[in-house]
Design a protein around this ligand. Sequence first.
Ligand SMILES: Cc1cc2nc3c(=O)[nH]c(=O)nc-3n(C[C@H](O)[C@H](O)[C@H](O)COP(=O)(O)OP(=O)(O)OC[C@H]3O[C@@H](n4cnc5c(N)ncnc54)[C@H](O)[C@@H]3O)c2cc1C
Length: 406
Amino acid sequence: MPNKAQTLTAGRAASYDVIVIGAGAAGMMCAAQAGMRGRRVLLIDHYPVIGEKIRISGGGRCNFTNIHSDATNFLSQNPDYCRSALARYTPRDFIALVERHGIAWHEKKLGQLFCDDSAVQIIAMLRAECDRAAVEWRVPCSIETVRRESDVFAVATSRGAVRAASLVVATGGLTVPKIGASPLGYRIAEQFGIAVVPPKPALVPLALGPATLERYGDLSGVSIDAEVSCGDGRFRENLLFTHRGLSGPAILQISSYWNGGDLLHVDLLPGLNASAWLASERNASAGVASLLSQRLPQRFAQQWTAQFSSGPQTAGPIKSLGDKRLSEIGAALNDWSVLPSGTLGYNKAEVTLGGVDTRQLSSKTMAAERVPGLYFIGEVVDVTGHLGGHNFQWAWSSGFAAGHAA
Ligand SMILES: Cc1cc2nc3c(=O)[nH]c(=O)nc-3n(C[C@H](O)[C@H](O)[C@H](O)COP(=O)(O)OP(=O)(O)OC[C@H]3O[C@@H](n4cnc5c(N)ncnc54)[C@H](O)[C@@H]3O)c2cc1C
């Protein structure tokens, strides 16, 4: 039974055309687009500060898109789902918006675009777009219940009841809980019978077990240009040793493809046939470690080579090693197998893999096929980008698609 206060609040429920839950990247983009179509939009967020993930992104400069972003940069159980939205609102469209707001930007590498000055400019831009579209805000405001009553959504919040024909869920993933992440979006999906692909941390550093850490843990800070592969993923970027395991762009990327127990395959000399190189040096008086130091950081070369010390003669000069041994070492250089012991979890992850199952959503509008008026956008959905600006591009593209339909 509702108490008297609840009944009064329900009686006064403010009505909107669209309620957006989550004032992050996707939610603000969607709210602004819907508002500009003349829809009355309410944007709700439970965290006191809007756009916190944007603020901390890209080392404070927000890698806001990637000029090469297309469906091949995303993981999903439904790989084609993201195509339509990405084609309708492209990196070029977002760059045009950034430029209209006078935000200076640059390409860092591999098509990754960053603000010259600060990620805060992107938040201010989205806020200004929402204001121009007369979006109303309730921040901070927590969601208590969401119900469907005939053809509207009734949302009970800590600041009163609100109603709208369209409800857009833009609550993001589970990473960095201390700045507002919550599983509310998944719960709303489940409440309406929409499946959720089990979420897990992605773009996340990987931990190494005690034995491997004992060998490599003191290399913390050393980085190597490597090609790392696992399952269907293969990335050539920097690999960084940390005091807990492995990080750097190559590891963050491959973490999205790593399932507990999988081996990582690390090519330490990408583009070079290491066996052939060692064979060409077979008369050298140097040891293996000192030869490797020509191409790899010295401390790593020493520690990596030590793993062969139980084998015959590896500590001696190269000319004392047989062809077979050199070929084994060469093969291991091009395919160093590493077994991570786990990930560093949601506190250190950039994104959440999995989420609301897109097989029950429209790829044109992001609407739930069987629940008219209910939309899911951004990271809460089972669409996860590679590192490098793709996740924000998905937030903009999916927010734009829903903003033109809700
Ligand atoms: C450290 C870090 C760096 C990153 N750098 C980049 C980068 O440079 N480039 C890139 O493309 N991606 C980057 N990402 C990923 C990117 O930030 C996200 O993919 C993107 O923000 C997702 O947008 P979203 O709107 O779906 O979710 P979010 O931006 O996370 O917004 C979700 C909003 O929903 C609100 N919310 C959650 N639960 C509730 C609730 N129960 N009630 C009300 N409101 C709720 C949250 O407070 C939040 O404001 C980074 C992520 C992290 C953690």
